[in-house]
Design a protein around this ligand. Structure first.
Ligand SMILES: [Ca+2]
Length: 671
């Protein structure tokens, strides 16, 4: 099924049918089906790999032929690349006696068992994978094997079925790895052998069933509201009422923490839960109502589905119109990549990052990301020393339910380096941050972000942190709404955290958020012409550098802020001319938020908030708009959100819109 078009210097390779199972990845391997073996070396300019409608299953990354200047991977119809097993007509059966004895009695009538086909399993030599250690600062390398029914992941059997359980008492917080790190102030630094913590759950009625559930793990916000970590259970002692973890939590366990047990067969007690018996290759599940006959997919592939080539002579790669789903690893990755384009693609039920590229001029356009295990799109590029832009772009794309497995620091979009643009994306339904940016001169404009930071605190929808040299970033014309919270947990729309400096936030509209903008003590941050509607407070511009953070910037040998500033040549060009104020951060009012500007912002049914150091941060031109009474405010919020999504809005001095993906017709690939 290969079509060559030498005349036009285009080489076409067609993966024609869904039964091309595995062939796509086996061009160069032993036993590769002849029809999919590209002639080598290629001397043509462009290779087009046509994916026919239907599912092509990958047991290894899609092989891209060498020698071409350009490769286009093009999907036709609903062409899908899957990294797992598909069972179109599953034969669910009642559990056997041994399994029944391990299940909760109330589940017996509902739980069914599905044997996974050995012939298909054998294609992935690594087999079925169990839970992995992951969380904040422990990026999930590859997700566990998951089971998807009707397109949604089953939940590894857990308790509580919704939300989190609380801790009554800490017996032993365990060791605290964070205290051994080099940026911990010397007075607080300590090193001890790794030791999992022990605690007493507030509800101890289920410890006996946990004790019988081998291979159980616990996922928790064990100490801070923004640091999740999934850790294996070492032991459960029903008599003592204690649980001991097999590994320490980064910050040590705290009584204020919350947790849930997961992958515990004894907790399989509600629709949508499952447990994978890896030893006998069976899925044990209480299926969602009506899903008994739905196709089942099981994620298997640990490697990326497409690895973009790099280096001298590497082809420029375009991926368009392809659906990626059901895989344990990433969909598209590349290091040192120039000019990769991903457009009109769909990513769902991906285990880790959907796209991770480093290099220059890569773009992600009109793509949809749903139920991503960790981060949706991660892009790095550009040179900070010379402020050379990387020119990556993410635009007109939609992100829903990222951070599905790793709950914190797994945003929809993460960018680092210099000079990238995030334009007209819509991001919603996340436990933690929507966008993390680091570096310089990024443009984040006309994005629509809502219902994020749903499970965490001390976090914002769009965040940067702990860098005096973060200059030149512009966040403009974004709409952020519906982030409820409290003063105690300070959820916010825009977070310039831990003295990050040199950032401009302008013409943004913030509706129904706890706090609008939290500027954590940095210098040279400009907050102008934004509008805040029905928020708990508009702005908190604090002075933490002379407060709780003072010990963290007192010693240049341990301070992350000092280290990051020392890494940038701020006294040489182009830094010296472009960001001259950086010359005086240590000599002019060290630690204070010098150069902060709060100007021309509009408040509607929202208090301004707090500016802690008004000698350093100037406030002017704030206007309070008349607020509709009673239910009129809710209607006005809805009206403003709709208006900003569909057209141009002016409220106070802020001008923005339309936000979110441009409504353009979908790609119609050529036949
Ligand atoms: Ca359960």
């Amino acid at each position: 099924m290969i079509a060559f078009r030498y005349g036009s210097r285009v080489h076409r390779i067609a993966l024609a049918t869904p039964v091309a199972l595995l062939a796509a990845c086996a061009w160069t391997g032993p036993g590769a089906p002849k029809p999919h073996t590209p002639p080598a070396p290629l001397t043509t300019d462009t290779v087009v790999i046509d994916l026919a409608p239907g599912t092509t299953t990958l047991a290894a990354p899609l092989a891209l032929p060498a020698g071409a200047r350009e490769i286009i991977v093009r999907g036709h119809g609903r062409a899908t690349l899957s990294g797992g097993i598909t069972i179109a007509a599953p034969n669910w059966r009642a559990p056997d006696e041994r399994l029944a004895a391990a299940l909760p009695a109330e589940s017996l009538a509902h739980v069914r068992v599905l044997e996974l086909p050995a012939a298909q399993l054998s294609r992935w030599p690594e087999g079925l994978a169990g839970p992995v250690h992951c969380g904040h600062t422990v990026p999930m390398p590859v997700a566990p094997t998951e089971v998807f029914v009707g397109g949604r992941a089953l939940t590894p059997a857990r308790w509580p079925n919704e939300g989190w359980a609380t801790i009554e008492r800490i017996v032993d917080p365990g060791s605290v790895p964070r205290n051994a790190e080099p940026d911990t102030p010397a007075a607080q630094r300590s090193t001890e052998p790794a030791r999992g913590g022990t605690f007493v759950p507030a509800d101890r009625s289920r410890l006996a069933r946990w004790q019988r559930s081998g291979d159980a793990w616990m996922q928790g916000y064990w100490n801070w509201d923004w640091s999740d970590e999934q850790l294996p259970v070492a032991s459960v002692d029903p008599a003592a009422g204690t649980v001991t973890l097999a590994m320490p939590h980064r910050y040590g366990l705290a009584q204020r923490g919350r947790f849930r047990i997961t992958n515990a067969l004894g907790e399989l007690d509600s629709p949508g839960e499952c447990w994978i018996d890896r030893g006998s290759a069976r899925v044990v599940a209480w299926l969602p109502p009506g899903d008994e006959r739905a196709p089942v997919t099981v994620s298997m592939l640990a490697e990326p589905m497409i690895r973009i080539p790099s280096g001298p002579g590497a082809p420029r790669v375009t991926v368009e119109g392809v659906t990626f789903e059901c895989t344990r690893g990433s969909a598209i990755v590349g290091t040192g990549v120039d000019g990769a384009t991903v457009r009109d693609c769909t990513f769902s039920n991906v285990g880790t990052r959907a796209i991770s590229l480093d290099g220059a001029r890569c773009s992600v356009t009109r793509c949809t990301f749903t139920d991503i295990g960790t981060t949706g799109v991660h892009l790095e590029g550009g040179d900070r020393a010379t402020l050379t832009p990387g020119h990556h772009r993410v635009e007109d794309s939609t992100f829903t339910r990222c951070g599905r497995l790793q709950r914190t620091y797994a945003p929809a979009i993460e960018i680092a380096g210099v000079g990238h643009a995030l334009i007209r994306n819509e991001i919603s339904d996340l436990p933690h941050i929507a966008v993390i940016y680091a570096g310089n001169e990024h443009l984040i404009e006309a994005n629509h972000v809502h219902h994020v930071v749903q499970e965490t605190g001390d976090a914002g929808a769009i965040c940067i942190g702990r860098d005096w040299t973060a200059h030149g970033n512009v966040l403009r014309g974004n709409l952020v709404h519906d982030i409820p919270g409290s003063d105690a947990r300070y959820q916010n729309a825009f977070y310039v955290d831990d003295m990050a400096s040199g950032i401009t936030l302008e013409d943004n509209l913030v509706v129904r958020c706890n706090w609008g903008m939290l500027i954590g003590g940095g210098r040279d941050n400009v907050v102008r012409r934004n509008a805040f509607v029905a928020c708990g407070k508009a702005i908190m511009y604090d002075a933490r550098g002379v407060g709780w953070m003072a010990p963290h910037i007192a010693d240049p040998a341990t301070s992350t802020l000092h280290r990051r500033l020392a890494e940038m040549p701020v006294d040489r060009e182009p830094w010296r001319s472009r960001y001259p104020s950086l010359q005086s951060y240590f000599t002019d009012r060290f630690g204070r938020p010098v150069g902060g500007v709060v100007e021309g912002n509009a408040l509607l049914a929202t208090p301004l908030g707090t500016i802690e150091d008004r000698a350093c941060v100037t406030e002017s031109g704030t206007v309070a708009l008349p607020a509709p009474a009673g239910e009129g405010l809710a209607a006005e919020c809805d009206r403003l959100i709709r208006a900003a999504c569909t057209g141009n809005v002016r409220i106070g001095n802020a001008r923005l819109g339309p936000v979110g993906p441009a409504r353009v017709p979908p790609l119609t690939p050529p036949g």
